[in-house]
Design a protein around this ligand. Structure first.
Ligand code: FAD
Ligand code: SF4
Length: 533
């Protein structure tokens, strides 16, 4: 199935008017390519070339996107259209609700027919199936398609291939070190600043009983007239989609994204590392940057975010552990997952190493569950289109993994609900890091834990009817029950993984009757949640 992010990859062509037959080149701009410095615009002839963008309704329903996700893309696209026009460029923009077709391919065929270009130009699409779809339409029209490299990323696809060549196993840490050396970021005389590459061991704190305390709330971006128009369109055309737009405040232009970056550097970066993994009820943002959507749409250049963080360290405004931690997410993880995606697609999306077969429980779409951690993480996801990394990995992702949901179903949910969701970054994080569906490409072991991990890193359990210390009985935490059940179910496979040895060894402490009770409780849990679906 092709993901809805094609919709979010709309191609941009000149305004609503059929004004320019016989355009010289049709420059395709997808919904996640809103980069004014894009290679697609190199050598543009303002008189003869036409930029094409389209909002493609059909694609947003392929995965059941939240209203926030749809609105972020459309608002950013419509603002970008205005910016292109200010350059004096001709833009053929198809707005939702038009008559030129509901699918991406139909829209593109229509544009080719109307504008009769001599050639198509674009930068590399971010999604494998979109790239194939464009090639197919160009091929069937007998049209030359020039695909240029995407300069947004610091690591080209070729550089990643070279990094991967001859390695039995890929690991982010080694890639990251190469990227630090290559870019010179946080380096001095060829050595990492502070004498070590990674300060992760300083970055695992929880808030303790006192909680996160008072902080400056993140900068909000009140919807302007264009965004209000988008919000109205989303309410009309996507009325039944999940989520809400009542609190919509995402940056949707480059200028706003830069303000959001400054706000993060000034008010949250210094504590980012320390509390990176911490969670707290009704506190969606904590010390996180909220920059992923702006970066994935290409409104914000990752180099700007990296440079601003490094400057904060050199100016003495933020400690090295926080700055290195933040930079590692962007220069390391973000570039790495893109490399993994292109290296292993198209078969990557089909992987299911743990043979998980369950459907996603219905509460992922409603947040109606008595598990407080899931209620909070899913509730804010549907309300805001956002959850931070540990909520995604160790609450929603962990539950799906332990419950045994098919990785494809988990992938579809993550791709649908977050404002920053685009397949190249979402898929390796979900199928690989979170579900271990790739059998160890992204993560060296499954990220499995009992409810006690969530208790340690948050205050969720104190407001929950379950007890994370119990694996059986009426108060047993479903995470804890399913954690032991997962180890029992996959014991032979996990035994072969050195990094799982301690967890597997702990299984020996369970006698036969305890094992049986856990398995029975896990069976009942699955039956109850699947009935509710
Ligand atoms: P911060 O915590 O402030 O981090 C700073 C930046 O680092 C982010 O903006 C992001 O660009 C980058 N980053 C951090 N972690 C990762 C990572 N693991 N992979 C790639 N980049 C990273 N990120 C997405 O951008 N889109 C997705 O669709 C997405 N899906 C995810 C699904 C799962 C199951 C998991 C576990 C993680 C996913 N992530 C995804 C990674 C990460 O959770 C988000 O980038 C982050 O939560 C975005 O919030 P933020 O901007 O406040 O990030
Ligand atoms: Fe989540 Fe279990 Fe804690 Fe409840 S007790 S909040 S279900 S981890």
């Amino acid at each position: 199935m092709q993901s809805c992010s094609t919709f979010l990859h709309p191609v941009t062509a000149a305004g609503r008017n059929a004004f320019v037959p016989n355009a010289s080149r049709l420059i395709l701009v997808l919904g996640d390519q809103l980069d004014a410095a894009s290679a697609a615009f190199d050598g543009i002839d303002a008189k003869r070339d036409v930029v094409w963008m389209a909002e493609v309704k059909h694609e947003s329903a392929k995965v059941w996107s939240t209203k926030a996700r749809i609105a972020v893309f459309l608002a950013a696209m419509r603002h970008f259209r205005e910016a292109l026009k200010e350059h004096g460029w001709r833009v053929d923009y198809r707005q939702i609700g038009g008559t030129s077709g509901e699918t991406f391919a139909e829209q593109l065929r229509d544009a080719i027919q109307r504008l009769k270009p001599q050639k198509l130009v674009m930068v590399e699409a971010g999604e494998w199936s979109v790239a194939r779809e464009i090639e197919a339409v160009a091929g069937e029209a007998g049209m030359e398609l020039e695909v240029r490299p995407d300069r947004h990323f610091l690591c080209t696809r070729e550089m990643f291939q070279k990094h991967a060549e001859g390695r039995k196993q890929l690991r982010m840490e080694f890639f990251y070190r190469e990227m630090r050396q290559h870019s010179g970021v946080l380096m001095e005389k060829g050595k990492p600043v502070g004498g070590q590459w990674n300060f992760d061991h300083d970055n695992r704190e929880s808030f303790g009983k006192a909680g996160p305390g008072l902080r400056m709330p993140p900068r909000r971006f009140k919807p302007d007239e264009i965004t209000q128009g988008v919000i109205a369109d989303v309410e009309t055309h996507f009325a039944k989609h999940p989520g809400s737009l009542a609190e919509f405040d995402w940056p949707v232009t480059t200028a706003e994204a830069r303000v959001a970056l400054d706000d993060f550097i000034e008010h949250r970066l210094a504590e980012f590392g320390r509390y990176q993994d911490a969670m707290w009820t009704n506190e969606p943002w904590l010390y996180h940057s909220r920059l992923s959507a702006a970066m994935n749409l290409k409104l914000l250049d990752p180099r700007e975010a990296i440079a601003a963080a490094e400057k904060a360290y050199r100016d003495g405004k933020a400690p090295l552990a926080a700055v290195e931690g933040f930079i590692r997410q962007i220069l390391g993880w973000r570039e790495y997952v893109r490399g993994i995606y292109w290296h292993f697609m198209p078969d990557y999306i089909e992987r299911n190493a743990m043979l998980a077969e369950q459907e996603l429980p219905e509460f992922y779409w409603t947040s109606e569950t008595d598990m407080q951690c899931l209620r909070d993480a899913i509730g804010q996801t549907l309300r805001l289109g956002y959850a931070h990394h540990i909520q995604r990995l160790m609450v929603t992702g962990l539950f799906a993994l332990l419950y045994g949901v098919h990785p494809r179903r988990v992938h579809e949910w993550y791709l649908a609900v977050y404002v920053d969701a685009v397949e190249w970054v979402e898929l390796p994080n979900t199928l690989g890091m979170s579900q271990y569906g790739d059998g160890g490409v992204m993560a060296s072991k499954p990220y499995v834990a009992s409810g006690k991990y969530i208790q340690r890193m948050s205050n969720y359990c104190s407001g929950c009817r379950f007890d994370p210390a119990q694996s059986t009985g009426p108060k047993a935490c479903p995470f804890t029950t399913l954690y032991w059940d997962y180890l029992l179910q996959h014991e032979p496979k996990l035994r072969q993984n050195q990094r799982m040895s301690m967890q597997v060894r702990n299984l020996a402490r369970l006698d036969e009757s305890q094992r049986g009770a856990i398995q029975e409780q896990a069976k009942q849990l699955r039956a109850a949640y699947s009935k509710a679906s």
